[in-house]
Design a protein around this ligand. Structure first.
Ligand code: ADP
Ligand code: ZN
Length: 560
């Protein structure tokens, strides 16, 4: 069925008349148009971004009933109540319904009275229900939480495997083989997306990705050396703010709260190990505004919807980019500027790996909704998937690229513009002492080598890779003075110093490096505070140093 009569102004009028909204959110209008056009659609949008409208508005406009498969009964119920309140006749079929209510809904559906019919996926196991589908005229077959169809999705449900044949059992208004399918998900990895398309049998689907960017959240990764440094940094990140601190374990959540309390801040811990009474107290105090900071495991946040959270701090790396983005998404809901900081210590990866590999009952940090699989092969497979997710999160923590672009690319958002100018990798920041010393050493090396060599040789000389260098260069005093770094990394720092105007490259074929006037001032210490975008996450450096068995990064920094 092709609908062409709905012009953008008609759609806007329909949006206002039936849903009370004056404008579409980013991506919504394209989504509505795609669903109306009658092609199969796969929409990837985060929870809360307003994706329901993508099928609810077409359901109001299209002849026939729109069938919506949704796994969460409570959500289904809320939506149906809301739609009916708005004068859009809708019903739901699920296991919690009394037989009387069920009969009423089925009668409404048979009488073609319903615009939307929500059903739980278990319904598709019933032959009776499949027969009912054949009696209805289905405008669109909508599948919410479509990642449930994929073994790669974090909430795999075998029931979803029946949807493809169920869609084929539907009657359509124009006699087509099956109604157009619109699948919605907030999980967008390649594997999941490919699975959704293949297992639901989507035909040349239009894939829409929208709504992932949260431009008012400033993204920051702060590498730290150890637990002590996290505790040192934490108070500064949350003072004067309404903040959530996410920890990987209950003990670590308690420790973070203790540090903040010792610093005179109103903070409390929240995790599944607390008594119900204490949990309720913390939740209520945070909701009412009496409590400024909650240090929590990921058990917190489901029931919390304060729009004015302006800082989220991760005290340890979360298990996946999905989890990270969902958790930082609790910040800045009022549209005001908020900050999301990841305190990044490579040592925390071991905790995450333990939580993945540990038996489920011990895995306090395991993703919500992960049900204990029984089959050992299935268990092994799930663990492998979680390890892969963790690796993607580690890649985020260690990247030199724009943090926002890294996340948006992960979710497949096509509107990636970088630099975003609102993340710690895009914005120049004051270098720490180690980084300042490193830049000075590079400048000194270039000067000592007589400003006669190019980037590659200077980097090799400083890193101590002198075997292939001319003797005059191999013998300068600063040769090997950055031996703890790799030549490649030194090269990246040289590039950053060029971008910051400390070094220039000759225009001839030799591309030799020399210092600018400002570069000389920095080298001699006349300019103290150095602002530049650091090209390498110091954590890479530190973790490498750990690998080399140098245990005391801090004292090493001082030696430089
Ligand atoms: P989800 O993407 O999780 O399905 P919903 O569709 O439930 O999200 O939408 C989340 C909230 O956003 C709802 O309260 C809804 O009323 C609101 N919303 C959706 N679209 C718009 C819009 N165009 N303008 C204003 N509010 C909207
Ligand atoms: Zn950026």
């Amino acid at each position: 069925m092709t609908i062409t009569c709905e012009s953008p102004t008609d759609l806007l009028a329909t949006l206002h008349r039936h849903f009370g909204h004056r404008a579409f959110r980013p991506g919504q209008e394209q989504l509505v148009a795609a669903v109306l056009r009658g092609r199969d659609v796969l929409a990837v949008m985060p929870t809360g971004s307003g994706k329901s409208l993508g099928y609810q508005l077409p359901a109001v406009v299209l002849p026939g009933t729109t069938l919506v498969v949704s796994p969460l009964i409570s959500l289904m119920k809320d939506q149906v109540d809301e739609l009916n309140r708005r004068g859009i006749p809708s019903g739901a079929l699920h296991s919690m319904l009394s037989s009387e209510c069920r009969r009423e809904v089925i009668e409404g559906a048979r009488a073609a009275h319903l615009r939307l019919l929500y059903v739980a996926p278990e319904r598709f196991a019933s032959d009776q229900f499949i027969r009912l589908l054949g009696e209805l005229t289905i405008a669109r077959f909508v599948i919410d939480e479509a990642h449930c169809v994929s073994e790669w999705g974090h909430d795999f449900r075998p029931d979803y495997r029946r949807l493809r044949s169920a869609a084929a059992a539907c009657r359509t208004i124009d006699g087509a083989v099956r109604p157009p399918i619109a699948a919605f998900t907030a999980t967008a990895t390649r594997e999941v997306r490919d699975d959704i398309v293949a297992l639901l049998g989507l035909e040349a689907p239009q894939i829409l990705v929208a709504g992932f960017d949260r431009p008012n959240i400033y993204l920051r990764v702060e590498p730290v050396l150890d637990e002590d440094e996290k505790h040192e940094r934490l108070p500064r990140l949350v003072t004067g703010r309404r903040a959530l601190v996410y920890a990987a374990t209950r003990r670590s959540a308690e420790a973070a709260a203790t540090t903040l309390q010792a610093g005179g801040l109103q903070a409390a811990a929240y995790h599944a190990g607390l008594e119900d009474r204490e949990r309720t107290r913390v939740q209520d105090a945070f909701a009412s505004g009496a409590l400024g900071v909650v240090c929590a495991t990921n058990a917190f946040g489901m029931g919390i919807d304060r729009p004015d959270v302006d800082a989220v701090v991760h005290f340890a790396i979360p298990g996946s980019v999905e989890a990270y983005y969902q958790e930082i998404g609790r910040a800045g809901r009022d549209g005001r500027r908020a900050t999301a900081t990841l305190l990044w210590d490579y040592a925390d990866v071991a905790t995450r790996e333990f939580l993945i590999d540990a038996p489920r009952r011990a895995a306090a940090g395991a993703p919500r909704g992960a049900r204990p699989p029984v089959d050992p092969a299935e268990l092994a497979r799930r663990k492998e998937i979680e390890h892969r997710r963790l690796q993607r999160m580690i890649a985020y923590a260690g990247t030199n690229a724009c943090l926002r672009a890294t996340i948006l690319q992960y979710f497949g958002d096509p509107d990636v513009r970088q630099p975003c100018h609102a993340c710690s990798n895009c914005q120049p920041h004051a270098l720490d002492a180690y980084e300042c010393a490193l830049v000075r050493t590079i400048l000194t090396g270039i000067a000592q080598a007589g400003e006669r060599y190019g980037r590659r040789r200077i980097a090799a000389m400083l890193a101590g890779d002198v075997d292939d260098l001319p003797p005059t260069l191999a013998d300068v005093p600063s040769a090997g003075s950055l031996a703890q770094e790799q030549a490649y990394t030194v090269g990246q720092w040289i590039d950053a110093a060029i971008s910051s105007g400390l070094i220039v490259t000759s225009q001839d074929q030799y591309r030799t490096l020399s210092l600018t006037a400002r570069g000389r001032d920095v080298m001699t210490g006349r300019t103290g505070d150095l602002q530049m975008a650091s090209p390498v996450r110091p954590a890479d450096r530190w973790s490498r140093r750990r690998l080399r068995g140098v245990r005391h990064g801090r004292s090493r920094r001082k030696q430089l």
